[in-house]
Each structure stands twice: as C-alpha cells, then as structure tokens.
Write a protein that binds this ligand. Structure first.
Ligand SMILES: *Cc1c(COP(=O)(O)O)cnc(C)c1O
Length: 414
C-alpha cells in the first residue's frame, strides 16, 4: 500500500519552531479509527483488547486507548505503575510476564490484574508471594504442534509458556488451590501479515478449551490470542484486513465453540505493534551529506531513537518532506551519529535527492520506536508529540536533557 503521511511539510516546519528535531509524532485519529475497526471486527464476541504497553509506554496514548475501550497488557512493574497513573486497574489489566520477580507479581496482585502465568513452577511461587487469585490465566507453548513465524521463531526453541501436559496439570493445581475462573493464552506469531496464522491460533485454543472441559471439567472463561498482528512496513505490504480476520475467527467459533457447548467463551487479545506502529513517525533533519565509497545522508536522529533497523535490519519507509512526488533517483545510506556502523535507518535506499536541511519522516515508528530508546554514546531520548484530531500538537513527553542522563551520578564525591 502506498505510504502516506498524516501531515504536510508546512505543518512540520511550524512544529519545529517550538519542538526541535528529532522527535516522534503520533496521529491520534489513526490510532482511534484503527482501534474502532479492530473492536468492530469482534463485536459478535465477548471480546477485549489489552494494549501491549511495551510497544509505546506513553500514558497519553494509553489514555486514548482506554477511552476506546481497551485494557492494558503489562509485563513489568513500571508498566503496571503507568496503568495506575492512567486509572486502569483490576481486570482491565492483563499481566503477561515471564521470569517474573516476586515484587512484580505483588504489584500486579495489588492492582487486581489478571495474572497470566508463564510457567508451572510459578504456581507455588505466586502462592507463596501473593496467594492464588480467583481469576488466573496460563500461557500455552504448543511446541512441536505449531510452527511460529520468522520473528518469534519455532515454539520448541521459545522460552515461553507451559507444555501441553503442563497446561492440564497446572489448571488442575490452580483449581485445587482455589482459583475459580480460568483463561489460556498463546503467543506464537509476531509481526505477521497473514491472517491465517492468527486464525490458526484461535482454532487451536478453541480445540484446547474443549479438551480442557472434557478432561478436567473446567469451562474456560476466555482464551487469549495475544499479539502478533503485523504492520505493513513496506510499500508492497498489505495491512491485515481486521474485519475479515474477525469474520474468520467468528466462523471458527461457530464451528468449534458453540456446537461443543463452550459458549460463552471470551476472546482476549494483546496487540501492541499494530495498534500504534503505523501511527507514529520519527521526524529528523538531514544535516550532512557524505560522498565516499557510498553516498550517505547523516541525520540528527540515530539508532537510540529507533533501534529496529540497526537491531534486525528492519525496513522503515522514509519520506523526504516536500519531495513526496519527486523521482527517487538517488541511492543512499541514511545514517545516525552513533559510533556503531549499524546505526543506519536505511541501506541502499532509493530516494529523491536530499539536501542538508531537508526534513525526513521515518514511517511506522509508533511501536518499539521511542520505547526501545537507549542512551549509548550519551545520546538523549527525543520528545514525543501528539497530533490531535483537531490538528493541534501536544507534547506528551519532553526530550531528555543532560541532567536526566546524569541524574544517577553523584559528582560531589569525585
Ligand atoms: C510483545 C507482546 C505482546 C504484543 O505483541 P505485538 O506483536 O506488539 O502485537 C503481547 N503479549 C505479550 C506477552 C508480549 O510479550
């Protein structure tokens, strides 16, 4: 699909008068509309989306999603604390962590979150530190029964979840210890654009719900399809048709849930990437051009602002503002300033001729962008801005300063 921007060059020129580059900017309207489509796709079900906070842990964006009816999926104490600040508590939180320390379980229990256990040994651990709650979920790793995809890999090699025999043993143990309401979660795909993978997870969990009812007599309250819906990062990619996905899962529900007496079975999801990813942009200015063995454009953002290209060679589309319709007749590496040769936003990218001073928008930076930021080389993390539905721009996180960077150092003892 053609990559477009929700703002013009002149809008960005106006913004940089008060907010210097680099910065992340998120489009409120896009986030809201996409979430409405997603929820509409599942309006036939007892459905809830828990936004995976790790994608973009900003309370202003979390508040927008809360207004749209989302809960939050957390995996750390910090993410739980953000939920509390936004006023999200209780069963509006799914706590899907792994290798969890006691204090994080206690934080989740204190808020009344639904705890999704990653391992059978966590049952006595949870009991010791917090007690067994009434509602509990467990994470299933189907191992050899299911193949994952390129990003998440083969489930057999994945550190997450209970094996199939452990699912049965674990649920029985939890029931014996007093749990009353149960869910099963599975997360085996990531950044997947093929709807079929998600439908397959649903079918697998619907079938598992029947097996659990037949062998243990436990009627699950919900299954959790987790996250994994992909983003159409490349112009040739097609975004997932959410309404079609909902219809296909509905057909599976009518085939596997209703006739087997499992209705009502709740459906939960924990999408992150597709919720905010396409609606965030990293804005940066070209500050240098360099002609050596290759042609380079040096920009004022770096891998510390968006790690995905350097970390796993991920493609992020780049638009040169004001040159949207110009011919892409140059080949550049677009690079940041870290002392790391993988600090490249694009390699051998065909782009229009770029001059220092040009503004670049790096697309689909709204998930795992600012969130994965770091301070290597003393680079400061940028501001986050919100382009509101009425066209106003609100700063939703200021840029870091050197004082922030040095806040944990006590120079007086030098
Ligand atoms: C990362 C993660 C998600 C979100 O996945 P997306 O690919 O962003 O949709 C959901 N649940 C858990 C447990 C995760 O770790």
């Amino acid at each position: 699909m053609k990559k477009t921007l929700p703002f013009s060059k002149s809008k960005i020129q106006e913004i940089i008068k008060t907010h210097p580059t680099p910065f992340h900017i998120y489009e409120e309207k896009g986030i809201r509309q996409n979430m409405r489509t997603f929820l509409k796709a599942f309006e036939w079900a007892d459905f809830k989306e828990y936004f995976a906070v790790k994608a973009t842990p900003n309370p202003y964006l979390m508040k927008i999603l809360k207004e749209e009816g989302c809960g939050m999926d957390c995996s750390s104490a910090a993410e739980l604390a953000l939920c509390e600040k936004v006023g999200i508590t209780g069963e509006d939180i799914m706590f899907s962590s792994n290798e969890t320390p006691a204090y994080e379980y206690q934080a989740a229990a204190r808020l009344g979150a639904v705890i999704n256990l990653d391992d059978i040994t966590h049952i006595p651990y949870l009991e010791k530190h917090c007690g067994i709650p009434e509602v509990i979920s467990i994470r299933y790793n189907p191992g050899p029964e299911r193949t994952g995809n390129a990003i998440i890999g083969n489930p057999v090699e994945s550190k997450y979840g209970f094996t199939k025999p452990q699912v049965f043993e674990g649920l029985k143990l939890l029931r014996d210890k007093g749990a009353k309401r149960f869910g099963v979660h599975c997360f085996v795909i990531s950044n997947e654009l093929n709807r079929q993978s998600y439908v397959e997870t649903a079918r697998m969990l619907f079938a598992l719900a029947k097996e659990i009812r037949d062998t243990l007599g436990i009627q699950l309250e919900f299954i959790n399809l987790s996250g994994g819906i992909g983003v159409a990062y490349r112009p040739e990619d097609e975004p997932v048709d959410l309404l079609a996905l909902g219809a296909e899962i509905k057909a599976a529900y009518e085939e596997l849930v209703i006739p087997n007496g499992l209705h009502p079975l709740g459906i939960r999801s924990e999408c992150g990437r597709m919720v905010t990813g396409p609606y965030g942009f990293l804005i940066t200015e070209a500050i240098h051009e360099k002609h050596i063995y290759k042609e380079y454009i040096g920009v004022d953002a770096c891998m510390a602002n968006l790690m995905r290209p350097g970390l796993y060679g991920a493609y992020h589309h780049i638009t040169v503002l004001g040159k949207e319709d110009a011919k892409s007749d140059q080949t550049y590496d677009v690079v940041g300033s870290l002392c790391e040769n993988n600090d490249k936003f694009a390699i051998d990218r065909r782009l229009p001729k770029i001059e220092p001073g040009d503004l670049l928008a790096i697309h689909d930076a709204g998930a795992h962008g600012h969130a994965m930021g770091f301070n290597y080389n003393g680079k400061l993390r940028s501001a986050e801005l919100l382009l509101k539905e009425d066209g106003q721009v609100q700063q939703i996180r200021r840029a870091e300063t050197l004082d922030d960077l040095f806040a944990t150092l006590d120079f007086s003892k030098l």
